[in-house]
Design a protein around this ligand. Structure first.
Ligand SMILES: *Cc1c(COP(=O)(O)O)cnc(C)c1O
Length: 236
């Protein structure tokens, strides 16, 4: 795909984000576009950066480690980990990413807090919620004791800045099928926000992908994560 095509796709997506926000009276500025670059070579990532993108999502520590040296010149770029993170890769992830959006267990939170403390850093994280209850998917169940433990235990993680929630609903081609799951995450967020828990911020709702981001925006997404709509189908 040519660089002009990538820039065009990004412009088109920004237009659609604006329209979706407009439909429900939201300021489009409150919705961040994250461009998901798994399997995408560094050269294409640079093209997206040149088209104005500053927030990127990657799924694998190892893949991003190999691409990172070629992205050094993108001074304002932020890279977030959005894939499942194993605890034994937590230290490497912290060295690579500005934020981890896929915290799905107490043990991972504890490991990240420890490595962030070693670096005297405050690491922004999102809690990943498995709203569809799918067994093969990672993420904390909305009503799980483990989620509750993290919410109440956040003061034990002084080096994590918990900023909100991320979800990947069950996949179907119909964008409307995601709506109940997006709504469920927003309602969960609202319920947690009402409790005013110490060290829990609930501002970020990272939800919606290429096929359903407009529905996610209508349901309150503050960050949408798009790959295919920018770069075309991934070769896997
Ligand atoms: C791949 C991926 C995306 C982007 O999916 P597209 O359908 O290509 O837009 C978003 N979020 C996560 C967690 C992903 O793994």
């Amino acid at each position: 795909m040519s660089s002009s095509r990538i820039a065009e796709n990004i412009a088109g997506i920004r237009g659609r984000i604006g329209q979706a926000a407009g439909r429900i009276g939201r300021d489009p500025e409150t919705i961040e576009l994250m461009v998901v670059t798994k399997t995408v070579p560094a050269e294409r990532i640079r093209e997206a950066y040149q088209a104005g993108v500053r927030l990127f999502g990657e799924n694998r520590v190892q893949e991003f480690e190999t691409k990172r040296p070629d992205l050094r010149t993108l001074g304002e770029a932020r890279f977030h980990m959005i894939g499942h993170l194993q605890r034994n890769k937590a230290a490497r992830a912290i060295a690579l990413f500005q934020a981890i959006e896929s915290v799905d267990s107490w043990r991972l939170a504890a490991a990240l807090n420890e490595y962030a403390a070693e670096r005297s850093a405050s690491l922004p994280v999102l809690l990943e919620i498995n709203v569809g209850g799918e067994e093969q998917k990672s993420g904390l169940a909305p009503d799980s004791p483990e989620l509750e433990r993290i919410l109440l235990g956040a003061p034990e993680f002084p080096n994590l800045a918990i900023q909100g929630f991320m979800t990947i609903p069950p996949y179907t081609e119909d964008p409307q099928a995601g709506r109940p799951y997006f709504r469920k995450l927003r309602e969960l967020r609202d319920a947690i926000a009402r409790r005013s828990l110490p060290r829990i911020s609930t501002e970020v709702l990272s939800m919606g992908m290429s096929h359903d981001f407009e529905v996610a925006i209508e349901e309150g997404a503050t960050r949408v994560r798009l790959g295919t709509a920018i770069f075309g189908e991934r070769q896997v």
